[in-house]
Design a protein around this ligand. Sequence first.
Ligand code: SF4
Ligand code: SF4
Ligand code: SF4
Length: 351
Amino acid sequence: MKKVKLKINEKVIEAVEGKLLLEVAKENGVRIPHLCYEPRLKPYGSCRLCLVEIKGERKLQPACATPVKNGMEVITDSITLYEIRRTIIDLLLSTHPEDCLTCEACGRCTLQDLAYEYGLRKTSYQGEKPHTPLEDHNPLIFREREKCVLCGRCVRICSEVQGVDAYTFAGRGFQTIIATAFDEPLSLKNCEFCGQCVSTCPTGALVSRLEMGKARSWESKGVMTTCPYCGCGCQIVLKVKDNQVVGVESDYETHNRGNLCAKGRFGWEFVNHPDRLKTPLIKKKGKFVKASWDEALALVAEKLKFTKEKFGSESIAFIASAKCTNEENYLLQKLARVVFGTNNIDHCARL
Ligand code: SF4
Ligand code: SF4
Ligand code: SF4
């Protein structure tokens, strides 16, 4: 990878040629505000918050869509840039509901953070605000489109990462909204309910229905763990409040790059469920009763031995688990083949 030298705010920096200026700046401790940029998505350059001055360029350039070049001299902060960014945020607020007090996104909302940073208590462009119907009947995704800033991240993640294309921009100008085809509910469309759009939305326009009302963003702490559903081993961050799981989020700095499927994103309520199995159960006189692992494993061994002796090795089959390590699955097939004399072995990853 060819390296180049450039200057950001007078500081000489070395970077990989072609890398996006916004990412190079971030790696070197220079924060450039942005709304539509997302590391999982292709450069888009629509919100214009990341405009920077580049020596020799006639126009301001979006740092999120500009690759670095050798000899580039970049200014990321100036009075002009400050005024432009403040005006953009002011305009976004002019169509935005004043609902931070009860908004699910409060405390983790990029628009709220930007308004705070640029000292905008309220918009200076008072006037009509768009009224777009809520989609509040979906059990997983709550859509409050009046809080949408039209960054297009949901549209792009659904298309570029999921390949589903459930959303698009509809309407023009003041009437522009994010919609499904014919603006029908997500449940009537090709949506897979992966929640990727929820994970990328920088405001409260898309939120997980399951997390609503359970915790303010600052009340829960993140606990990184591995998703329990399949062998991909995606990393998830459990949001935990008062020792209860209240939601799941994902982190870009993992092998799954913050991407999760519907199970990983929305399948967490079982953790707190009172019916969740926490010990083995053995059926005695028609009823399941709690047992220790030693008791349960002894019973399994006894039944397997009995079945082999009475019905033969071919009457037994073993199903391995994608959640186990390769070594554990190797041992299971050894147990099947060597101890029980059967090749009836399968794996849940094939199901
Ligand atoms: S989306 Fe952000 S700015 Fe809008 S009401 Fe919610 S917290 Fe406030
Ligand atoms: S949940 Fe997934 S499939 Fe459905 S709209 Fe969002 S990103 Fe697209
Ligand atoms: S719903 Fe969220 S992610 Fe989609 S365009 Fe609006 S603000 Fe951006």
